[in-house]
Design a protein around this ligand. Structure first.
Ligand SMILES: [Zn+2]
Ligand SMILES: [Zn+2]
Length: 157
């Protein structure tokens, strides 16, 4: 006999993560120097997921909330590029990643302020610099990626 259990995905709310989930999260960490490698389930082998009492928590946003006490903005990634690392200080979100892009551009002497070259986006929020010192815009990059292939083919013909 097989029983099918309903699993629901829970939002990770700062200050309101159930104690059982916090304990289960900590039980699944494997310490490798400064990294905390996830020992639990991972979607596609790369996205850490925590299951507690038929509730599914995305483990990286959970780790972020436990570390910072605030909700992340956008995707949470392991900035250390170590597979399955969920160490709080190693995690990045849209805000911290953009902050790093601004710092990197400043090192190249490029101020990321004002509108992007297309005049559509705010460079402080979407801009980044390439090593060859050109200024690029993620907002425009994303817009280009959304153009359907059929349309691109027509434009090339
Ligand atoms: Zn790490
Ligand atoms: Zn732009």
């Amino acid at each position: 006999m097989t029983t099918r259990r309903l699993v629901r995905t829970a939002p990770v709310i700062p200050g309101a993560v159930p104690t059982a989930a916090v304990r289960a999260f900590r039980d699944r960490l494997h310490r490798v120097s400064e990294h905390r490698i996830w020992q639990g389930t991972a979607d596609k082998g790369t996205t850490p997921v925590l299951y507690v009492d038929d509730v599914r928590y995305p483990a990286r946003p959970l780790a972020w909330v436990l570390h910072h006490g605030t909700a992340p903005v956008g995707l949470v990634k392991a900035g250390c590029r170590t597979p399955l690392c969920v160490a709080g200080p190693h995690l990045t979100d849209d805000v911290t990643r953009q902050r790093e892009r601004v710092l990197y551009a400043a090192l190249l002497g490029i101020p990321l302020t004002g509108p992007c070259p297309a005049g559509v986006h705010d460079l402080a929020q979407f801009g980044y610099a390439r090593p060859n010192r050109t200024t690029e815009c993620r907002g425009c990059d994303n817009a280009r990626r959304r153009i359907p292939h059929a349309l691109k083919g027509a434009a090339a013909a």
